[in-house]
Design a protein around this ligand. Structure first.
Ligand code: ADP
Ligand code: ASP
Ligand code: MG
Length: 406
């Protein structure tokens, strides 16, 4: 008898027919004798609709109340699935985040899970219940409802699997697994059978939204085996697990695309010690995450400093930069929102050279100009114009032979 945590994403619970399909799967696992904990997202599109509603109520919706509102999406699906299971004669019980013992910090809209007290859920499982937990939410130390950031139900599921010491955390979604690149952009993308936590983390950070970043961090930290698979067929999906020796032979294992960044350039800033600190300290104080940074030295003791932030933070980052630019006597602040970040990822890069050259040559062959470059041990990222994004993904996928069976 295994303990399985099954998470179903928005498209898998999009309507009652889909939720009935989820119930079929849950019941199948339960009837096999497994203990089943289900974690659900809101119905596809519902979180977006709730955000739009909040914006109608206020230009700057109160963060605490926004969390209360957003959490209702998952409350709806959890109760509906529990109702369906009960009407089929099964013992089932829904849990909101706080009822499942999910304690978070107080950072509304992007809260982190601090601790999970799984006693209530464990007790219900021991009594033969199927436990249905609303994903994406928890409560802080004062009992206020919090949400975990977009895609946060993945993190709820992995964290719950970890705290209950589940045998597996199954992430049921609308694709068959983790692919070499987004299969919606590149038709020759291939399903990856197993991927290391480290590579999956890079893919998530660099834009593959199939798993939320924090869910992979959690899985890696607590060694939770994650199986990403489709809720619409019975195919084996992708196992996300610890690095194994045969994985290292793949130099590049995936290509990702992130359309959620924007660029800010401070032109002609004095080339002096302390200038970068003056620019980036106020951004850090405003809790704005800066991604890429590049400095071009000009003649005459001046430099241009360019960096990228997420589109959500762009307006605030621009305002702050304009203020700093005045203080440090920079010539101008230039911005660009029409950019994309394409990246290639692979553990094998640690021990192979030539990946960057292949990447740059492939982009050049399509006349795609590279604006910014950044690298880590296991990835290379380039900022390009947004209009070339999908072409770049397909070009890189082909250049690294990812369309071919290994
Ligand atoms: P869910 O609603 O089930 O949480 P998401 O929309 O968050 O699903 O994530 C699944 C989507 O992730 C897929 O539909 C696919 O377009 C996208 N995606 C991006 N990169 C990849 C990748 N490398 N492999 C699989 N899916 C990917
Ligand atoms: N419903 C939330 C979202 O759309 C959380 C999730 O689906 O994982 O981001
Ligand atoms: Mg998701």
């Amino acid at each position: 008898m295994a303990l399985r945590v099954q998470k179903y994403g928005g498209t898998s619970v999009a309507d009652i027919e889909c939720i009935n399909n989820v119930a079929d799967r849950v019941v199948k696992a339960h009837d096999q004798g497994d203990k089943v904990v289900v974690v659900l997202s809101a119905m596809a599109g519902v979180t977006d609709k709730l955000i739009a509603l909040a914006k109608q109520a206020s230009d700057t919706p109160d963060k605490r109340e926004l969390d209360v509102l957003l959490a209702t999406g998952e409350q709806t699906t959890a109760s509906l699935l529990a109702m369906i299971l009960k009407s089929r004669g099964y013992k089932a019980k829904s849990f909101l985040g706080f009822q499942a013992g999910i304690k978070t910090d107080t950072f509304s809209g992007k809260a982190r899970i601090l601790d999970i007290n799984g006693d209530n859920v464990m007790q219900a499982l021991d009594n033969g219940h199927i436990c249905v937990i609303a994903g994406f939410q928890g409560a802080d130390e004062n009992g206020a409802i919090t949400t975990l950031g977009r895609g946060g139900s993945d993190t709820s599921a992995v964290a719950i699997a970890s705290s209950l010491k589940a045998d597996v955390c199954e992430i049921f979604t609308d694709v068959d697994g983790v692919y070499t690149t987004d299969p919606r952009i590149c038709s020759t993308a291939r399903k990856i059978k197993t991927i290391s936590y480290e590579e999956m983390l890079e893919m998530a950070i660099l834009g593959a939204k199939v798993l939320q970043i924090r869910s992979v961090e959690f899985a890696k930290k607590f060694n939770v085996p994650v199986h990403v698979r489709s809720s619409f067929n019975e195919e084996e999906g992708t196992m996300v697990i610890n690095e194994s020796s045969d994985m290292e032979s793949v130099v590049v294992s995936g290509v990702t695309l992130d359309m959620n960044e924007a660029r800010i350039t401070l032109k002609c800033v004095p080339d002096q010690p302390g200038i970068s600190a003056k620019i980036f300290t106020p951004l850090a104080e405003a809790e704005i995450m800066v991604d890429m940074i590049i400095q071009n030295t000009r003649s005459g003791g001046e430099t241009d400093i360019t960096f990228t932030v997420t589109k959500d933070d762009f307006e605030r980052a621009k305002e702050i930069s304009e203020k700093v630019a005045e203080e440090i006597d920079a010539e101008d602040v230039l911005t660009g929102e029409e950019i994309a970040k394409v990246s290639v990822i692979g553990l094998g890069m640690k021990s192979h050279s030539g990946v960057a050259a292949t990447m740059f040559k492939a982009l050049a062959s399509e006349n795609i100009n590279i604006r910014l470059i950044s690298t880590s041990e296991i990835r290379i990222s380039c900022i390009i114009l947004a209009k070339y994004a999908e072409l770049a993904v397909r070009t890189l996928h082909c250049a690294f032979n990812l369309d071919k069976e290994k």
